[in-house]
Each structure stands twice: as structure tokens, then as C-alpha cells.
Design a protein around this ligand. Structure first.
Ligand code: ADP
Ligand code: MG
Length: 609
């Protein structure tokens, strides 16, 4: 064994950097926290190439005196903590005194800073080498630049993903921080590549309310639809907003928790949120929740995670109960209760067949279905029902291909009348079919979603996707972040038959969609698809996976819903289509599409054996 020796400061810093600086998003987060701790009124963030080439954060806060600049970049040097006792009542976002030292170790860091009425100064740290403090004519406040992250640590640089993926994490870090501080103005600009022009992605003025900040980030449509939450158990308070159950999401992207302006992750609290929505959302769907917790400082410990992403509560069970009760109470007073009634019971109780009684029923959907009711959803010529013919070129590689339309026609399909007697729609949501060895109950939405997805996938794979140009393009207003996603993922959208074009400002127009998507509103398709793209891009999805996410989103929104009444022909077509789809027993989310009651079980139940 070699001798034990004390590590050099540089090595210590680099080890710390391993914990604190994982990717450009971590730099964005640390620099934003520093800026916020300086008491600014505005913060401007600029990134180049997803933050890999540059992260610049500029604030108009208190600034750093020139003589303290070398300390700011030194390890374990902080202005936010003096004694160990201070750790029990941390009022700032930072306190570890590690971030700048760590970042300076693995990148080129420049800080320019000036206090009001004083002269400005700058310091640079390049791969751990600290330069001289130089006079600088900067504005009041602090501007921090981090260039070429991990430029001197090839092993770490190799772990960075494509700039687009890094960008999606970095912008997420920005969004979380801006959400936690509605009273401060923020901007975010991004230059995706050296050749591209920089774009202003967010421009958030000081917001008077949290809802206003949410609107600035995610759009007024979403913000206006949220339900306000407020609860207090005497010591702990929770306030914020949650989504109506019909505004469910494919991902948990819109679940944000804060304590004292600090975003944090907490599985237990998110579980309480999920629990409150139980029975209101289809499995696999995620609710929207923006929640802020108000606790005495000694009830929460923020010093448990190097990157400060997690906090520890003294009484986690108490928070769980509070959140669950707050949301449930809100749903009760909001009339969302009707949704809590199981569908079977609801249909007994309700006289009007159009009463929304199904979890996935939304007001928008309701009016749409109401319009269709007189002449049935599939009567519209532009809506291609699941009984439409297969694309002319059937794919060779899938099970689907082995049974093209002609096969269906020519191979002993039972006559419509006979089949009609054996497949019946019930409660406008289930189809009951006689099978060889029993009775099958099919979830009409889950199965149709599955059928649509398989058809879309097969036709994209063979280049035979039928695209429907829209004579009157549909306009959709998007929040800034989603506008960005449309530009980023134009190729994936186009491959899936969705052409979405900028139309100035926050508006895009949808000029084509896959014919299989029928008359599902463009706005719903676009929302769902972008939600999935955002999550997939953050996970580092390949182009193929991104297209697949788009297809899933399209199938999900274009499929018939629970509550859509079908004609007998449509019921028969859906049951027939089931046999064209490999693994038809599960919808794309993995929920079952059908349940079987075997004849043997029935016989046993009726004591026939
Ligand atoms: P910490 O934030 O945990 O104290 P950092 O390494 O992030 O540690 O920053 C070190 C110190 O540099 C801070 O304590 C603060 O005094 C100073 N500092 C960093 N960024 C800023 C800023 N934007 N404005 C004013 N002071 C700053
Ligand atoms: Mg800090």
C-alpha cells in the first residue's frame, strides 16, 4: 500500500465536482441559486449548444466586492453560513460553498461583478487555475460565464449527451427555478449550434401571482384551468395548483414541489398526489401539480443531497396526509366528485346519458361528442374509422402484414348479422364478445388505441403513411417551451404525418395530420405529442423512439373514448380489427384491453360442474 497523503485542493475540488456538476443543467441550477441568493430583480440566462459550450447567468443583485472574488471561487468559502448551528436554519439556496470552486475545476469560469457605487472586477478560473482579479466595467450585479464544460475532463465529457438532450435538461432546470420565484423576472435564450441564430425561449416578467408565472411558462390555457389548493394543519401549510383530471399528462413533467423557493423531488408526496387522483385518471397517466410547502425551518433539512435536489422532512407522513386531504377536499368542493363514482354506479344514478361519468371525459370532449351524437362519430367522411381499408402496401415484417384487407374479405368472415349478435357494446365503453372458451369484455378505448398505434407504426415503417392535408389549417397557441419543442422535433413530427409550422408569435398551424388520426382536434394531438416528446427527449431518445412517441400520442388522442356510442357495424369492425394486431391484449400503456371470463369458470360459479 502506498503512503497515506492529504489530497491537493485541486483533487478535492474535482471530487466535489463529480457530485455537484453532472451536466450543463447542474451549472444552470447552481448559478441560478447564487443569483437568487444575491437578491436580484431580474436574471438573464443564455446557453450555447445546450449549455455545453456556454452557460451565462447575469443578475442585478448585490454583487461581490473585488477582494472577495478569489474567495468566491475557493472551496468551502461562503457568505451564507458562519457556524454549524446556521445549518439548522438555512434561509438561502446555497450554503455549501462548493459550486463555483467545483465548476472552475472542470470548465473555464469567469465572474464579473460590481456592487452599487463601487468599481467592478473580474476573475477567471480555468481548469482549476485561478487567475488575477482584474478591473472590469460591468453593470451592477454579477455575470457568470461557464465555457466548455468538462473540456479538461474527457472522461466526464464523454458522458454528456447530444446538445439537444442537454438543452432539455438545462431548460428544465431554468423552468423549475423560475417557477419557484414568481416575483423575479427571468429570461432564457438558446443558441443550439454555432451556425444557428440565438432564440429567446422564455421572457418572464415579474409575476403578481404564482398562477401568472405558471401561465408565462406553460400558457394561459393550462394556467387558467388549474384548481387552487390551500391547506394547513396548524404547523405545515401547502398552497398551489393542481390540474383537473381531464388535463392528464403522459409524463410527470408538470409536477413541481417547492419548499422556501427550492424545488425538490419527493416520491412520497408525489405518491400522495397520485393517490388523490386515484379513480380519476387512467393508469399510466400523470396529473399536473404545482405545490409549495410552508414549514418551520427546523421541520425540514435541506443538507442531505450534494446537489440539493432532495430535502428531508421531520414528519413525512404528516405531509403525505396533508397533501392527500387537501386535494381530495378540493375535488369534493369542485364537483369533480361525480368522477369518483364508479362508472357502473354512475350509470344507474344518472338519467341523462350525456352526463360525464367517465374518468377521461373532458368538457371539450363532451361538446364534441354531443355534436356527433345525432349522426354518430364515424359518420363524418373525414374520420377514418378502424374499419377502414389497410394501406395498399401492407408491411412485410409484422404480423399485421400477414392479414391484409383482402385476406379479411376472402377468409370466411362471419356475415355481419351473425357477428353482430355476438359482440355487444355496453355502457358506451365496453364490448362484450363470445369467444371460443368463454366471454370476453373489451375496453373499447384501450383496444382502439392499440389498433391505431399498430396501424400507424406499420404504415410509417413501410413509408405508406396516409397523410391528410388540412384544407383549413388548424391554429394552435402554444406556450414558449412547447413552441421550442415543435421546432426541435419538426422531423419526428413530419415522419409521423404531422406538419406543424410556425405562424408568428406563440401560434403554430397544423397543416397536415395522419389520416388515421381522424378528426381528433389538432390542439389535443399537438399537446399530447409534445408532452411525450419532451419526456422522451429528456431521456435521450433516439430519432426512432421520438417518432414512436409521436405515434403513441396520436393513437391515444385519436382513439374512440369511453362514452362514445358505436353502431353495430363499428363494434363489429373493432372486434374484427383486434385479430389484426399483435398482442392485442394490452393497449400501448400496458393496460389490459380485455378481460376473459372462461366458460369453465362460469360453469363452476353456477355449479354446473
Ligand atoms: P454557496 O452558494 O454555497 O455559498 P458558491 O460556490 O456557489 O457557494 O458561491 C460562493 C460565494 O460566492 C457565495 O457564498 C456568494 O458570497 C458569492 N457569490 C456567488 N455568486 C454570486 C452572485 N451571483 N452574486 C453575489 N454573490 C455571489
Ligand atoms: Mg451556490
Amino acid at each position: 500500500m502506498p503512503r497515506i497523503e492529504k489530497l491537493s485542493q485541486s483533487v478535492v475540488n474535482r471530487i466535489a465536482a463529480g457530485e455537484v456538476v453532472e451536466r450543463p443543467a447542474s451549472v444552470v441550477k447552481e448559478l441560478l441559486e447564487n443569483a437568487l441568493d444575491a437578491g436580484p430583480s431580474r436574471i438573464d440566462v443564455e446557453l450555447e449548444q445546450g449549455g455545453v459550450a456556454l452557460v451565462r447567468v447575469v443578475d442585478d443583485g448585490c454583487g461581490i466586492p473585488p477582494e472577495e472574488l478569489p474567495l468566491a471561487v475557493a472551496a468551502h468559502a461562503t457568505s451564507k453560513l458562519r457556524t454549524a448551528d446556521d445549518l439548522d436554519r438555512i434561509g438561502t439556496l446555497g450554503f455549501r460553498g462548493e459550486a463555483l470552486a467545483s465548476i472552475g475545476e472542470v470548465a473555464r469560469l469567469t465572474i464579473r461583478s460590481r456592487q452599487a457605487g463601487e468599481a467592478g472586477a473580474a476573475i477567471t478560473v480555468d481548469g482549476g487555475r485561478v487567475g488575477e482579479v482584474m478591473p472590469d466595467g460591468c453593470a451592477v450585479g454579477t455575470a457568470v460565464e461557464v465555457r466548455q464544460l468538462f473540456g479538461n475532463v474527457p472522461a466526464r465529457r464523454a458522458f454528456l449527451r447530444a446538445p439537444q438532450t442537454e438543452w432539455s435538461h438545462a431548460s428544465e432546470a431554468f423552468v423549475r427555478t423560475a417557477l419557484g420565484h414568481p416575483g423575479i423576472a427571468f429570461t432564457l435564450a438558446h443558441q443550439p449550434s454555432a451556425a444557428a441564430r440565438p432564440r429567446r425561449v422564455h421572457d418572464l416578467p415579474t409575476a403578481a401571482s404564482w398562477r401568472e408565472r405558471i401561465a408565462g411558462l406553460f400558457g394561459h390555457d393550462l394556467a387558467d384551468s388549474l384548481l387552487e389548493i390551500e391547506a394547513d394543519d396548524g404547523e405545515i401549510g401547502v398552497t398551489g395548483y393542481v390540474g383537473r383530471p381531464e388535463h392528464d399528462m403522459a409524463s410527470g413533467r408538470l409536477q413541481h414541489l417547492f419548499v422556501a423557493g427550492r424545488p425538490f423531488r419527493d416520491r412520497s408526496i408525489l405518491h400522495a398526489v397520485q393517490e388523490a387522483y386515484r379513480g380519476l385518471l387512467l393508469s399510466g397517466r400523470q396529473p399536473i401539480a404545482f405545490l409549495r410547502f410552508d414549514l418551520p425551518p427546523d421541520a425540514v433539512d435541506v443538507n442531505v443531497h450534494p446537489a440539493k435536489m432532495e430535502v428531508r422532512f421531520r414528519e413525512p407522513a404528516r405531509l403525505y396526509r396533508l397533501v392527500l386531504a387537501a386535494l381530495r377536499t378540493r375535488f369534493l368542493t369542485d364537483g369533480t366528485t361525480t368522477r369518483l363514482v364508479p362508472p357502473a354506479a354512475a350509470s344507474h344514478m344518472s338519467a341523462a346519458p350525456t352526463t360525464p361519468m367517465f374518468p377521461e371525459w373532458s368538457p371539450a370532449r363532451e361538446s364534441q361528442v354531443a355534436d356527433h351524437r345525432p349522426d354518430r362519430p364515424f359518420a363524418q367522411p373525414e374520420r377514418l374509422a378502424f374499419s377502414d381499408p389497410w394501406p395498399a402496401v401492407a408491411p412485410a415484417a409484422t404480423a399485421v402484414a400477414e392479414r391484409p384487407a383482402a385476406w379479411e374479405r376472402d377468409h370466411a368472415e362471419p356475415p355481419m348479422a351473425a357477428s353482430a349478435a355476438r359482440a355487444v357494446q355496453m355502457h358506451d365503453r365496453y364490448i362484450v364478445v363470445e369467444s371460443d372458451d368463454g366471454i370476453e369484455v373489451i375496453d373499447q378505448h384501450a383496444l382502439h388505441e392499440r389498433v391505431l398505434y399498430e396501424r400507424l407504426k406499420a404504415s410509417v415503417a413501410t413509408g405508406g403513411l396516409e397523410v391528410q392535408p388540412l384544407l383549413v389549417p388548424e391554429r394552435v397557441d402554444l406556450p414558449p417551451a412547447e413552441l421550442e419543442l415543435v421546432q426541435e422535433h419538426a422531423a419526428a413530427l413530419e415522419r409521423a404525418g404531422m406538419r406543424v409550422e410556425p405562424f408568428g408569435g406563440a401560434t403554430v398551424i397544423v397543416t397536415s395530420k395522419p389520416a388515421l388520426a381522424g378528426d381528433a382536434p389538432a390542439r389535443e394531438l399537438v399537446r399530447e405529442v409534445l408532452d411525450r416528446l419532451a419526456a422522451a427527449a429528456a431521456a435521450g431518445g433516439t430519432p426512432g423512439l421520438l417518432v414512436d412517441e409521436v405515434l403513441h400520442g396520436l393513437a391515444c388522442k385519436a382513439a374512440i373514448k369511453a362514452g362514445d356510442r358505436l353502431s353495430q357495424a363499428e363494434v363489429d369492425a373493432l372486434v374484427r380489427d383486434r385479430r389484426l394486431v399483435p398482442e392485442a391484449h394490452h393497449c400501448p400503456h400496458g393496460r389490459p384491453t380485455s378481460l376473459t371470463l372462461s366458460r369453465r369458470d362460469l360453469d363452476r360459479q353456477f355449479r354446473r360442474t
